[in-house]
Design a protein around this ligand. Structure first.
Ligand SMILES: Nc1ncnc2c1ncn2[C@@H]1O[C@H](COP(=O)(O)OP(=O)(O)OP(=O)(O)O)[C@@H](O)[C@H]1O
Ligand SMILES: [Mg+2]
Length: 278
């Protein structure tokens, strides 16, 4: 399953790690493949990307002459939460220029997975914010694609672009991309709203209506409707400060603060995915 959106900061890594954590907690074996040179999924699982003997870089490069033969088994680590990780390092940026020189450049990851057959019930792929060869490799290798959106204007305008890219992959490469789920991250937090003090509500009472804010809210509602029309499953994940704390602690939210608002939302996402798998 690939987590994708070409814009930065839409919640790809957060969603990938936290879904992985809840699937692991439900007793499934889970591998996260970090395809992003920023290596946020790697550090988010408590692994220092600067201290790795082997990484996804070596896996990709093993495809080229003159580089050592490296398999998934050599690269994968078990992390503190029990989620397995094929880690990334900044070196991964060096892979793309090599990929441009080969014909089947979009299918390298898919072919590596077919060759090594790493045995996990779920393989979750975190992709970088671009539309380069690494992302395309993630999309092509995956059976399902989860698209994440935040409230930023660029993510909202990205929906048509994404659908065009998915259609192009299908047309040009003959590889089907299945955008089966959308996750709207840091979307709203009605419970937090309810918990706000009486004073804040009193202050709101005297505020002038803000036409710009009303327009933004309407734009979000329209966007959400469009997403619900296009994706068979849509989840809303509210803002929770524990998400950031869990990432700093190197743990998925499932193993850090499963009952926070975002934790409960990600547990529901994992439940839906378990349903797909029978
Ligand atoms: N539900 C949430 N509550 C609070 N903070 C969140 C939530 N979801 C994401 N964040 C924070 O938002 C930031 C961006 O999220 P994340 O790194 O998952 O996005 P991304 O799409 O992977 O970014 P990039 O495109 O750079 O890879 C992170 O600092 C993360 O901690
Ligand atoms: Mg990321």
């Amino acid at each position: 399953m690939a987590f994708a959106h070409h814009k930065g900061g839409t919640g790809k890594t957060t969603s990938c790690l936290n879904v992985a954590g809840f699937l692991q907690k439900k007793g499934r074996s889970v591998l996260v493949i970090d395809l992003d040179p920023q290596a946020n999924a790697t550090s988010g699982l408590g692994i220092d990307p600067h201290a790795l003997p082997l990484s996804v870089y070596d896996l990709f490069m093993s495809r080229f002459e003159g580089f050592p033969d490296v398999s998934f088994q050599d690269v994968v680590l078990e992390t503190r939460s029990g989620v397995y990780l094929a880690p990334s390092t900044l070196d991964l940026v060096g892979v793309e220029p090599f990929l441009y020189n080969i014909e089947n450049r979009a299918k390298v990851l898919k072919n590596l997975l077919t060759r090594d057959r790493p045995e996990y019930e779920f393989i979750l792929i975190d992709t970088p914010p671009s539309m380069g060869q690494l992302v395309i490799n993630g999309l092509v290798a995956a059976e399902h694609t989860v698209v994440t959106f935040d409230r930023g204007i660029f993510a909202l305008h990205g929906l048509d672009t994404l659908m065009t890219i998915f259609a192009d992959i299908e047309e040009l490469l003959g590889e089907h991309v299945s955008p089966d789920m959308a996750i709207l991250t840091r979307w709203d937090n009605p419970e937090q709203e309810l918990r706000r003090g009486v004073l804040a509500r009193f202050a709101d009472h005297f505020k002038k209506p803000d036409p710009e804010l009303a327009r933004d809210k309407e734009q979000l509602r329209v966007f959400e409707r469009e997403v619900r029309d296009r994706f068979p499953a849509v989840f809303v994940v509210p803002y929770s400060r524990e998400i950031y704390e869990a990432q700093n602690a190197g743990l998925p939210i499932s193993h850090f603060a499963p009952e926070c608002d975002a934790g409960r939302a990600y547990r529901a996402v994992a439940g839906k995915i378990l349903g797909w798998n029978g």
